[in-house]
Write a protein that binds this ligand. Structure first.
Ligand code: SF4
Length: 390
């Protein structure tokens, strides 16, 4: 199979070209053609010599996952089901808003972590995506949305790794893909506009901090270990004390590294809030918290959360649960979400409630189902388990 050039970041592309006797600066040209010009072939790369173009066409290609389905919701949310071979599909979702366009990208085919409320987790795990398949989602969506770097048209301003899979369980490919997203010769996104969401793989949070400190979101979902052990089973391996300590290390190191200009700034005239008061005005962890009726959504849970995070620079994002068949959970009532939010806000934490988007195309959080051939045989294990219990 030809080498997929979408698999390379600038450094590895340089090395690949050097091994073929090409000058290092060719890597920058190629990156720009692929990720800024969104070229699909080498013919259009007119500042490369005819010889080099022919050589590239012989042994390599620019290969993003093909499209199986393209759906647009009434609210403009767009979802692609992309083909990653052997009957497997992954999903990529574009969420347009007034001031930004966010692309939600998948990092694995399925997920092995079995979070109790997550439809992707229910499907089991097949494999990690390659860096080219991760970047390929951004490449494809940019083309489909008519991005044009030369004309300054950038429909995708933010990328979140919150689709299928646990990104830190596919560390090397994800970091390569992140580097392409941040590279000025690639998509040129600021690190504050690229967010990786993890369920809390503590050692890899530290590695990410060193390798590519993009914004970090943590799927918290519970304020104590007993409840989190049930909802996010990886908590049994890395409990809350370890997770929170890793969050602190991440924020401190990101702040020390400094950063770029854009990102979330305090609203003009708004009172100073906790994370804005503490030294690192824009470096913070976003805690994702899915609201499950009668499970984790009481004011007492919110107060526990306040105690848990203490003085950590953080924001909360409350996510109304998106029900799916046999989930065993229900969405919290709006009054419960509002009361929960009030407790956090009164304690000084910026707390947003995620608007549900793309309901009519199942584009909302936790509904990224795709199609997965489950190598973990989770469905079989579940059936056997149920049979044994009966
Ligand atoms: S919530 Fe994320 S980590 Fe948990 S099972 Fe779903 S995709 Fe995996």
């Amino acid at each position: 199979m030809p080498v997929n050039l979408l698999d390379f970041d600038l450094e590895s592309l340089r090395a690949w070209l050097a091994a073929r006797g090409e000058k290092p600066f060719r890597a920058q040209q190629l990156m720009r053609w692929m990720h800024r010009g969104l070229a699909a072939d080498f013919e259009s790369m007119t500042d490369l010599s005819r010889d080099l173009r022919a050589k590239l066409a012989e042994g390599s290609e620019i290969r993003a996952p093909g499209v199986l389905r393209d759906s647009i919701a009434l609210d403009g949310t767009r979802k692609w089901l992309l083909d990653v071979g052997v009957g497997n599909g992954i999903e990529t979702v574009f969420i347009p808003e007034a001031s930004r366009g966010t692309l939600c990208v998948s990092s694995q085919v399925g997920c092995a972590l079995e979070c109790a409320f997550c439809s992707t987790g229910r499907q089991g795990f097949n494999r990690n995506l390659s860096a080219g398949e991760i970047v390929g989602q951004l490449w494809h969506a940019s083309r489909a949305l008519g991005a044009d770097a030369a004309a300054g048209r950038r429909p995708i301003t933010n990328v979140v790794l919150m689709g299928m899979g646990e990104p830190l369980a596919n560390f090397d490919a994800v970091v390569t893909a992140l580097r392409v997203m941040l590279d000025d010769h690639g998509y040129g996104l600021s690190r504050r506009r690229v967010t990786l969401s993890t369920s809390g793989m503590v050692p890899w949070m530290d590695r990410l901090r060193e390798a590519c400190p993009v914004s970090l979101a943590v799927s918290l979902h519970a304020p104590n270990d007993a409840l989190r052990d049930r909802l996010v089973p990886i908590n049994r391996k890395w409990p809350l004390a370890q997770l929170l300590a890793a969050c602190r290390r991440y924020v401190e190191s990101a702040a020390a590294a400094g950063g770029d200009e854009d990102g979330d700034a305090p609203a003009a005239g708004a009172p100073a809030l906790k994370w804005q008061r503490r030294g690192a005005p824009r470096d913070f962890i976003t805690f994702e918290y899915v609201m499950l009726q009668g499970v984790n959504d009481s004011p007492a849970h919110a107060r526990q959360l306040v105690d848990l995070v203490g003085d950590l620079s953080c924001k909360f994002n409350l996510i109304p649960f998106n029900p799916f068949p046999d989930s065993g959970f229900e969405r919290s009532r709006p009054e419960a979400v509002a009361a929960f939010q009030s407790v956090l806000m009164e304690a000084g934490f910026v707390t947003t409630v995620r608007r549900t988007r793309g309901d009519d195309i199942d584009g909302a959080c936790g509904q990224l189902a795709g199609r997965v051939m489950d190598r973990t045989q989770r469905a079989v294990r579940r059936e056997v388990g149920e049979a044994v219990r009966q």
